[in-house]
Design a protein around this ligand. Structure first.
Ligand SMILES: [Zn+2]
Ligand SMILES: [Zn+2]
Length: 316
C-alpha cells in the first residue's frame, strides 16, 4: 500500500498493509487531516518514526464483528492495554502502555490502510460528509474542556491562538458561555468565528481582562505570558496546545493569584460526532485545501503556512 513514512525525512513509500489482530478492524482511509501535531512530529517531536496521521475518515474492510464491515467510520486514537486501572476506569487515553495512532507506537492514517481496535471505532451518520467528519478528533479535543470544568453562561472566556484548534475551542466554548474573546494574529482566520458572535482581537491589541477562563491554544511562549496576564485571581488557565519547545516560564503569578492550571488533550468522540451531525459546529469553512496523497509535499507546505487552516489529504 501507499503510505507517507517518516524516517529521517518523510517519503511516499510502498509498504505492506498492517496486519489485523483479533479485536481489530482493517480500515481503508478515505480522507485524513494534517494537524499541528503532525508538523511537530516531522520536526522531531516524540522521536516518532513510521506513518503519521491521526485525523481520518475511512471504511471498515475487515473485522471480527460483521456489524462493522462496510461502515464509514472515524476512530479514537488512543489504544490502551485494557487491563490497567486507567483502562478499567474507561480512561485508556491515559494508559501508561497506550499506543496512539500516528503519534506513538501505532502506524497512522497517512496511508491507504490502518488497523484500530473495534472498541475505538465510531460510525459516521450518512448525512455527514467526509470533509465534516474528519474534524471529529480535533472537535473532541475542544469539547474536552467542557468535560474538565464547569462552564457557566456568565463565565468570561478568552482563547489565545487562531489556529485550527483555537477556532474550534472558541466556537465550542461560545456554545456554553456568552462572552468569548479570541486573540490571534490573522484577521482572515478570526473572521471565520465572528458570525457566531465571538469577539476577536489582534495579538498586538490584547483585550481588557480579567477573564474567568483563559485557554492557551497558540503553542507559543508569548501566548503563555499573555494568558497569565489576562486570567483573574482564582481563575482557570487551560493549556490546550503542547509546547514542543522549552520556554522559561514564570510560575509565580500562578501562586500569587491562586490560578488553577489545567492541561487538556484528547476528548470524547460521541458528542463531537453529534455536534457535527446536528450542524451545531460547521467546520468546513476551515478547510484550506484538499490534495491527493501523492501531492503531500505541497500539502505539508500549505499546512505549515501561517495563513492556512486545515489541509486534508484525499487518500482513496
Ligand atoms: Zn491532531
Ligand atoms: Zn491500560
Amino acid at each position: 500500500m501507499k503510505a507517507l513514512v517518516l524516517k529521517d525525512k518523510l517519503e511516499l513509500a510502498d509498504i505492506p498493509p498492517p496486519v489485523r489482530k483479533p479485536g481489530e478492524a482493517l480500515i481503508r482511509i478515505q480522507l485524513a487531516g494534517i494537524c499541528n501535531t503532525d508538523l511537530e512530529l516531522l520536526r522531531g517531536y516524540m522521536d516518532f518514526a513510521g506513518v503519521p496521521g491521526h485525523e481520518f475518515v475511512g471504511e471498515v474492510v475487515a473485522s471480527d464483528d460483521p456489524r462493522w464491515t462496510g461502515r464509514r467510520i472515524t476512530g479514537e486514537i488512543n489504544a490502551g492495554c485494557g487491563q490497567c486501572r486507567w483502562c478499567l476506569e474507561g480512561l485508556s487515553r491515559h494508559c501508561p502502555k497506550r499506543t496512539v495512532l500516528g503519534i506513538a507506537g501505532h502506524q497512522g492514517a497517512f496511508a491507504e490502510y490502518i488497523v484500530l481496535p473495534e472498541a475505538n471505532l465510531h460510525q459516521i451518520p450518512d448525512h455527514v460528509t467526509d470533509r465534516t467528519a474528519v474534524f471529529t478528533e480535533p472537535l473532541a479535543a475542544a469539547l474536552e474542556i467542557a468535560e474538565q470544568i464547569h462552564l457557566h453562561p456568565s463565565t468570561r472566556v478568552c482563547v489565545i491562538g487562531d489556529g485550527k484548534l483555537g477556532l474550534l475551542v472558541a466556537e465550542v466554548l461560545h456554545q456554553f458561555c456568552h462572552d468569548v474573546t479570541l486573540v490571534g494574529r490573522h484577521h482572515r482566520k478570526m473572521a471565520l468565528v465572528e458570525p457566531s458572535g465571538i469577539v476577536t482581537t489582534p495579538l498586538d491589541q490584547p483585550p481588557v481582562g480579567p477573564f474567568d477562563l483563559v485557554v492557551e491554544a497558540s503553542g507559543a511562549a508569548t501566548g503563555w505570558e499573555l494568558a497569565l496576564s489576562l486570567v483573574r485571581p482564582r481563575g482557570t488557565l487551560i493549556l490546550k496546545s503542547t509546547f514542543a519547545g522549552k520556554a522559561p516560564l514564570n510560575l509565580a503569578p500562578l501562586v500569587i493569584d491562586e490560578i488553577t492550571l489545567i492541561g487538556s488533550r484528547c476528548g470524547p468522540f460521541p458528542p463531537a460526532i453529534q455536534w457535527l451531525a446536528s450542524g451545531r459546529i460547521r467546520p468546513e469553512p476551515m478547510i484550506h485545501a484538499v490534495l491527493p496523497l501523492a501531492e503531500y509535499e505541497q500539502a505539508l507546505a500549505l499546512a505549515r503556512s501561517p495563513e492556512s487552516l486545515k489541509v486534508l489529504l484525499q487518500i482513496s
